[in-house]
Design a protein around this ligand. Structure first.
Ligand code: SF4
Ligand code: SF4
Length: 374
């Protein structure tokens, strides 16, 4: 059956496919546990597709944003379709299976508090709060946000725990090893790869795990992160299948979210930016980063500005998986730590040059953004 699964995956367009028993994923962090999505799961199948290098370089160099966003969405949809093919095959053999959403699928959505307020209401409310209005209505909106924000938004756990982490699945199934950034790397493409996973009750033989990580410790992933998400020296460890892996110690997830959701595109490093015109400065440490976020929302959600638009778009991101999200409410702005990290140091250094010499993005009319090349 393992050979047939791999044949189906490769025939459906996968660039890589690997299998792991769920034993390798036991005893770790919550997002490593496949039984959250499928109680009684015995195995996982990890599927990989690479991202196109030319499209990534046009994105890093501020030449073409749309191509990368379209491509990323297309690759995720293709991965999800491949996983559904595998799921159908397993179903035909009588095994319950789940094709996991490829991204933006978090566990807090199953919490009672989150489900208490319907998605549609949340979206309508944040859209209304951030819409244009006269002075009297703006005062009312400001008061409403001040009185109710933390009570109506504390369902969101910003320490996001995915329903299942495809990175752990890829490492367990022998397709990848950990990079210092915490992204996972393949020997062939570095970290410019995306994964999706099928979780199944079929008991399948595991593939061998990678012996060595393709990461050479160059730390360019640290130099392209405007918000200092990963520490350059402090380590963290993860054990999979009895083997210990090392990556850099990560900060609070809000740090990356505030950059990726567009609130800042230039914080630690000047002279270049992400694809975001946002310019807020994050706190140095994570001690009060949730408090910082709550104060920021209260100061901005009721205004009709770039930041209130980012907040209302973020509500959309957290409500949908990647495949189902409304396309016009989503903008890829960063991903630098992953996009920079190709298979050789020479290629990574060229990517770093392209990014840091590629200029900045500034706000254009009607919340659009425009690259400015020096
Ligand atoms: S950029 Fe360098 S240090 Fe960072 S994950 Fe890639 S190879 Fe490792
Ligand atoms: S995606 Fe961007 S903000 Fe997030 S960790 Fe990577 S470089 Fe930093």
């Amino acid at each position: 059956m393992e050979n047939e699964i791999k044949r189906i995956a490769l025939a459906s367009g996968a660039a890589g496919v690997g299998i792991s028993s769920t034993d390798r994923l036991k005893g770790g962090v919550a997002s490593m546990d496949p039984s959250y999505l499928l109680p009684g799961a015995e195995s996982i199948v990890s599927v990989m597709l690479p991202l196109d290098g030319d499209i990534i370089r046009a994105y890093l160099g501020k030449k073409n944003h749309r191509a990368l966003q379209d491509h990323e969405t297309d690759v995720y949809v293709r991965l999800f379709n491949i996983c559904n093919e595998i799921k159908s095959f397993l179903a035909s053999r009588g095994f319950a299976s789940v094709a996991v959403q490829p991204n933006l699928d978090y566990r807090f959505k199953d919490g009672k508090k989150y489900r208490r307020v319907p998605f549609v209401w949340r979206q309508k409310m944040t859209d209304w709060l951030s819409s244009q209005s006269g002075p009297a209505v703006s005062v009312l909106k400001k008061l409403l946000v001040k009185l109710s924000y933390e009570k109506t938004a504390d369902y969101t756990d910003w320490n996001l725990v995915p329903s299942f982490s495809h990175r752990y699945g890829a490492v367990a199934a022998g397709l990848a090893g950990f990079g210092w950034s915490g992204n996972v790397m393949t020997s062939e493409y570095g970290a410019r790869v995306l994964f999706d996973t099928v979780i199944t009750r079929a008991s399948l033989s595991s593939d061998p795990m990678m012996e060595d990580t393709p990461c050479d410790g160059c730390r360019l992933c640290i130099k392209v992160c405007q918000v200092g998400m990963v520490h350059a020296k402090k380590e963290d460890h993860v054990t999979l299948g009895g083997k210990e892996f090392t990556h850099g110690k990560k900060g609070h997830n809000l740090r990356c979210i505030l950059c990726c959701a567009g609130f800042t595109g230039q914080d630690r490093y000047k002279g270049w930016s992400t694809w975001s015109p946002g310019r807020i400065t994050l706190p140095e440490t994570d001690e009060d980063i949730v408090g910082f976020w709550n104060r920021f929302v209260k100061d901005n959600l009721w205004k009709h500005n770039y930041y209130s638009r980012c907040i209302s778009d973020l509500v959309f991101h957290s409500d949908y998986g990647f495949v189902n999200k409304p396309y016009d409410r989503f903008r890829t702005t960063c991903g630098n730590c992953q996009f920079i990290c190709w298979e050789t140091r020479e290629l990574r250094m060229e990517n770093y040059r392209i990014l840091t010499e590629g200029g900045e993005v500034v706000e254009g009319p009607d919340f659009s953004f425009q690259p400015v090349h020096r």
